[in-house]
Design a protein around this ligand. Structure first.
Ligand code: ZN
Ligand code: ZN
Length: 619
């Protein structure tokens, strides 16, 4: 619909120039000036095109100015509905709240209110400006609502973190399409409601790659990496071609599981299928996967060979990977290289660096970088950065200084900080401070079983057995269950899991236990003595010893020794932190049996070789 005031031949339409995606901002501005000079501002096609291009440019506010100018020149309202939606989009993008409200007032007074294309844009603008309530009231009053209106409101609620409202909208929708279901799966996943996400997923008749990716990410985010990996395999078997986000999600699942063979396969798959990644996330995901799977050399190889070296995310993943392996000097060296390359580190870079100093016991360097990030790079530390420093000071025995940091930081200490103090107190035999820290941790996380375990360990250390049983009964009353220690080994594509106290896989039971007995007696003949202080139970010494022997990583090790060919390192993944008795045990086995043992526990990697551990007994 073309305004009749000035007849314009299509050939004279300068906005034709704007159809090319490579149009530069200065070309857009030239067209803009030309349109005003030649009074083409009343030509609907030209104005619509110009507003659209500007609304998507880096200067979206200019679209609003063009709209206002055009409106003052128009003789009637014909064709205006074409450029109102891009103007609303521009308001959202440029946070123009007042202008947005004025255009809304204008819409309400004209025929535009009956145009669903316009009202949908209005809902989206309100959501973009963070006015969720207003978006809802526009939505409720709209004369006609279509699927786009429902989907916009749904994603608006999810973006605003209002999961209950989103759920209400999703359940009330007269019909749903792929977009609605994919949005809801993603939303449920991000809000920890994995089961609900799975329900939506199972109910869907048609799924696309986004559906699969959203469900895989939901599993990964909610600590169910095994399910994420299985779903990825199912997706491949059904012939759905994964895209970059799917691959990044599954790499993260594999990293959590520590299944390096699967990771290598995906690595090859990415290259042979030329999966493109516009955001350079695959490089970081591969580095992270190799680092978490115990292959820091491969991570380094990926970092040096395939990554875009200007991407800070890749450097961050590499620094964190080195930290996880206790390679603090290497992490610091990489950071210095990053500085020489004039790349700007961010808060995640420093989190990696501080955690490297922490795992490496480098107290001076840790404090130096904590100051550097604030003074030189003007990065405000988050609570995680403070956590690293508190942990670093605490482990080094500077408990007073650690408490001072807590006292002076601008946050209330969280459960992780109290747990750091608690572990440090245990290590340095300060039961009084440990007791206070345990109580604080418990107040903050009454459902976290490890807090109860640590508190009862403190009481056990003090010999207060009555209090130990009180903590136990408190746990029972509150329905909190202790997470049992569990270690796994991947062999021939199959996961073998071992739970504390029993060899879980039936059939391995006897052979694993007799191998373990053999190892123990060999170690004892070489001077090994079980560290009974690690058993916080009021039981006889001999019973304590048999408890210790059945720690899950020892069972996994016995299985590894009898099943994995000599010369091949034994990789074990453990869900909790390794205890000091198991640590000594692994060191001795690596020496006496001349085997490399690599254990990933909750916090970091331990590479045992020739009687020593890469953590130098500091973990
Ligand atoms: Zn142990
Ligand atoms: Zn170690």
């Amino acid at each position: 619909m073309i305004s009749s005031c000035i007849p314009v031949s299509v050939g004279a339409n300068p906005t034709r120039l704007l159809s090319d995606e490579r149009t530069t901002l200065s070309q857009v501005r030239q067209v803009h000036a030309y349109i005003i000079k030649t009074n083409l501002v009343t030509h609907v096609l030209s104005v619509t095109k110009l507003v659209k291009v500007l609304s998507q440019s880096s200067v979206p506010y200019d679209a609003i100015s063009v709209f206002a100018h055009a409106l003052s020149c128009f003789h009637d309202m014909r064709g205006i509905e074409f450029f109102v939606p891009p103007t609303l989009k521009a308001c959202g993008k440029s946070c123009a709240l007042e202008e947005g409200k004025q255009i809304m007032g204008f819409i309400l007074k004209t025929h535009l209110w009956n145009d669903p294309f316009v009202t949908n844009s209005l809902v989206r603008m309100c959501l973009e400006l963070g006015m969720v309530e207003l978006a809802r009231s526009v939505f409720d009053k709209m004369p006609t609502r279509d699927l786009i209106s429902w989907n916009s409101l749904l994603s608006g609620y999810l973006k605003a973190g209002q999961i209950d409202m989103a759920r209400e909208v999703f359940e009330r929708m007269p019909q749903r399409d792929l977009v609605s279901c994919n949005t809801m799966i993603d939303g449920y996943g991000k809000h920890g409601l994995c089961e609900l996400a799975e329900e939506v997923f199972m109910d869907m008749g048609v799924r696309d790659v986004v559906t699969w990716t959203s469900m895989i990410s939901a599993f990964v985010l909610n600590h169910q990496p095994k399910k994420g990996l299985c779903l990825f395999r199912e997706m491949l078997s059904l012939g759905v071609r994964p895209d970059a986000p799917a691959v990044v999600s599954v790499l993260s699942a594999i990293a959590d599981l520590g299944f390096v063979e699967e990771g290598k396969w995906i690595h090859g798959y990415i290259f042979s299928n030329k999966i493109l990644d516009n955001y350079n996330f695959i490089g970081s995901a591969l580095i992270n996967m190799y680092a978490k799977c115990g292959q820091i050399e491969n991570a380094y190889h990926v970092f040096r060979s395939i990554c875009h070296r200007r991407n800070v995310g890749d450097w961050n993943s590499m620094i964190s990977g080195l930290a996880f392996h206790g390679l603090a000097p290497e992490a610091i060296e990489l950071f210095q290289e990053m500085e020489r390359a004039k790349l700007k580190p961010d808060d995640i870079t420093f989190l990696g660096l501080l955690s490297a100093c922490n795992h490496g016991g480098l107290m001076d360097e840790g404090q130096f970088y904590f100051e550097t990030m604030q003074i030189k790079f003007k990065i405000v530390p988050k609570i995680q950065h403070y956590g690293c420093i508190v942990d670093l000071l605490g482990r080094s025995g500077c408990l007073e200084q650690a408490l001072e940091v807590i006292h002076n930081m601008p946050f209330e200490p969280d459960v992780l900080i109290w747990k750091a103090i608690l572990c440090a107190s245990m290590k340095h035999n300060n039961v009084v401070l440990g007791h206070t820290a345990a109580l604080r941790a418990l107040e903050l996380a009454p459902q976290d079983s490890s807090c109860y375990v640590l508190l009862s360990n403190i009481y056990a250390k003090m010999g207060r057995w009555d209090d130990v049983s009180k903590v136990r009964s408190m746990m029972r009353k509150r329905g909190v269950r202790k997470i049992p220690g569990c270690s796994s080994i991947l062999m021939d594509g199959k996961v073998h899991q071992f739970l504390v106290g029993k060899a879980m896989n039936v059939g391995y039971n006897q052979s694993v236990l007799s191998k373990l007995e053999e190892v123990v007696s060999k170690l004892k003949s070489e001077g090994y003595e079980p560290d009974l202080n690690e058993v916080f139970l009021d039981i006889e010494e001999c019973e304590k010893e048999s408890q210790l022997i059945l720690h899950s990583e020892k069972l996994a090790l016995a299985f590894g020794l009898s099943s994995i060919p000599e010369g091949v390192p034994i990789h074990i993944v453990k869900n909790l932190r390794i205890c000091s008795d198991c640590h000594t045990f692994m060191q001795l086995v690596s020496k006496i049996y001349n085997r490399q043992i690599i254990i990933r526990d909750q916090n970091r990697f331990h590479h045992f070789n020739k009687g020593c551990c890469s953590c130098r007994n500091y973990w």
